[in-house]
Write a protein that binds this ligand. Sequence first.
Ligand code: ATP
Ligand code: MG
Length: 463
Amino acid sequence: MSPIEAQLASKLPAYARLVVDTLEASGYEAWVVGGWVRDALLGATGHDVDVTTSAPWQQTARVLREAGIDVHETGTAHGTVTAVVDGQPIETTTYRVEGTYSDRRHPDEVRFVTDVREDLARRDFTVNAMAFHPKRGLLDPFGGEKDLAARIIRAVGEARRRFEEDALRVLRAVRFACRLDATIEPATQEALVACAHGLSDIAQERIGQELDGILATGKVSWALMHEFDVMAAAVPEFAPMRGFDQRSPYHAYDVLEHTARVCAGVEEFAGGAPLRELRWAALLHDVAKPACWSQDVSGRGHFFGHPEEGARMARCVMGRLAVPREVVRGACALVRLHDFEISAKAPSVRRMLAELERMAPGRAPELAFALLDLKRSDAVAKAPACMGYAVELDAMTATLRRELSGGGAWSVGQLAVCGADVIRERGIEPGPGVGMILAQLLAAVMAGDVPNERDALLAWLRW
Ligand code: ATP
Ligand code: MG
């Protein structure tokens, strides 16, 4: 074994090794495959461990159970069971290849095979097609280790055929390129562009998962600028953004480049860990601009209503992609408010909090910071003349922090009085009138007319 292989062997978690050793002690062959091997070669060992084995899944389950290991039959149609050791799941799959893909979506059949090399050959990219065994070392028939070191994404086998089999691989190539800071090998890249249209046949939630994965790498701006054909095949609503000249003194870039810059900006301003909602919002904030464009008599372009229409489109796109509802709600609120006028004065910041609270109940504080980061990125991605606004945003952020630490109120539930106080002080019956009075009280607090303190609020009610 090479020093690198010895290092991997020492890093392989004991729970995974137990599964491999147990299967092999019963006469089967077993290897660790896929993401763990790839990431471990890069020095990161946090990835889940997947195991591939010559044992049919029924035998995998039997052998592991006899050794006292918990086994769940999680995907037996594809030969997968999940062993659980020390609370850690290890997906264990029988060597398999996929049959023909007549609908470009699902393999028509799964065929179990006896040679691990065949199993590796069905995998998408060379960096994902390596197997590792703690004694036998690395099995790397397609040069994945070399490609990984050079940061190259290369299809296993003939790229065109592989993307025609399963067009999702087109988007996966982009995701792994983002994730590994890699370039895409020329023949693979050519096939990517030629086959991107196949994404229209792929289940929307699979596309949604890969896009979410691309956003999570923090490199979606790269994907937009370098793999736009793929991105627009994944989300057809993106297509009009490329080359859309904004004809406005406020915009130095077309909608696509502006969007890419905003996506890069939110990563930077949020220290590499923006909310998932913010990443989606940056990607979609101007998606409605081409549809909302109009020109005035002087020839200048305007985009009236694009935040509202953008929020509507964002809801439609994200809903279709099966993004979790809570994320959709937050992201749409950010898109809807990205042009909302805010000043650094407390009432204005409270109004922003109230709007966010209305659109995404319970999430106003975290979304408010996200909104200011979105506005900041938006400002610096426009024209140089707009950058001064970023300084004002620092003042708004300071006001926001003060508001949040100072017991401010932006929803009725945060008032220092409640419905029962209204009923008592005003001598009215329970009913909708109580809510109306609380709303008025909230408006007075938000405007700074009365502090959010119980005595002051009771006095206001009595007055
Ligand atoms: P991640 O950390 O992103 O999950 P991963 O390598 O574990 O990375 P998965 O999508 O979980 O990626 O897939 C596990 C492995 O299965 C991959 O490494 C690859 O070998 C193979 N694989 C997954 N999807 C496909 C596909 N559509 N076509 C071919 N091989 C695939
Ligand atoms: Mg995985």
